[in-house]
Design a protein around this ligand. Sequence first.
Ligand code: FAD
Length: 407
Amino acid sequence: MSGCKHMNDGAPEEEHEVVVVGAGPAGSMTALSAADRGLDVLLIDRNPEIGVPVRCAEGVSQEIEKYIKIDSRCICSRIKGFITNGPEGTRLIVSASDDLAGYVLDRRVFDKALAHEAARAGAEVRVKSRACGILKSDGGGRVRGVYVNAGGEELRILADVVVAADGVESRVARWAGIDTRLRLEDIATCAQYLMCDIDVERDYCEQYFGWEIAPAGYAWVFPKGEHCANVGIGIGGNLSTDNHRAIDFLNAFVRDKFPDGKIIAEMFGAVPLSGPVYRTVTSGLLLVGDAARHVNPFSGGGIQEAIQGGQIAGEVIARAVREKDCTARRLREYERRWWKEFGRTLYAGLKVKNYMLGLPQPEFNRLFRSLNGELKLSEYTERALMKEIAKKNPKMMLSMLIRTLKG
Ligand SMILES: Cc1cc2nc3c(=O)[nH]c(=O)nc-3n(C[C@H](O)[C@H](O)[C@H](O)COP(=O)(O)OP(=O)(O)OC[C@H]3O[C@@H](n4cnc5c(N)ncnc54)[C@H](O)[C@@H]3O)c2cc1C
């Protein structure tokens, strides 16, 4: 299956060492990392403007700065920590001991800045260019490039490596024969308003848990400057039914919390929560970011993983191209490295999510009661937070361990 009208073998042809499909954080970071190492890289996006539309609550931990410098133009709010609100009104306030836990970004600016960086490193960036099919070698054993529809005109773009950075709805990987289908329960369907004239904690991102608020998900309020915030809700994709969609839960939440707030923008989106369970390479092709399901299933965050994965991907591709060996076997170095760097954390996130979703309501509430209070983290990372929560809930850890061992 493809989105091309013709997949015309006579279409104009060009050749690059790498073609990256999708200029979100994962694609732009891969392009930047590969171009920095001297490769001839083409980065394409189907949209006319990179970073638009924004489908994100835009929160990142400060840990991301280990991998990328965040320009102040990309920052809407500096965050000291976050507050987890439990179903019975309990509150866990987690703060960074140095008062900087992370940022709420402006993805319109951030995504553009990253694509610009890739261009500065030598990558060619093209918008309004939609990958619509895949080119394979004779015999079909190896990916050789993509068909691209650029403003109605079809192109054949040959490359040593194609990077599928085309987000949650990724089709490129599927065209290449990698089954990235998600079960409904492994998707969070989300709705979000950008709201203004509301009273919010300016320095804290807030989450609200509870089956009445957001079944198999949570609501969030991430401050964006003064008196404004991204206010959203994600629910389990399998629980979305008529009148019980994410937007219905969001409207109820907003009526309750911010009845006088002004809605400036509205967006809908999906987050893959399966954990990193899919193959992420085949000969001549590699998956990064949401396309590779590199999202923490517990938090729903994927920007940092997109950046980390993109950086590793660029390095591995550069070496593979130099060695003239872009087989799956060679590209598997990427899989080994992302697994070591962040795959295990994503897997732990999946376990925590599954554990929490499996709890009967009274136990779910008890868990949040045990988390009531304040916590200061010297190292503000997801891993450090999970460790602290586990320390407060040794029983939870034990029962999770037993379930994991039982399979
Ligand atoms: C409601 C919501 C809230 C979220 N909140 C957070 C958060 O607070 N913090 C966080 O870390 N993460 C959050 N995420 C997740 C985060 O947005 C993603 O993990 C991140 O954007 C992944 O980056 P990516 O580059 O893989 O994909 P994307 O950012 O989705 O980029 C994919 C790009 O590919 C392009 N594309 C797709 N198909 C084609 C094609 N055929 N040809 C050419 N181009 C194509 C698209 O136009 C797009 O630009 C949220 C997600 C949602 C939906």
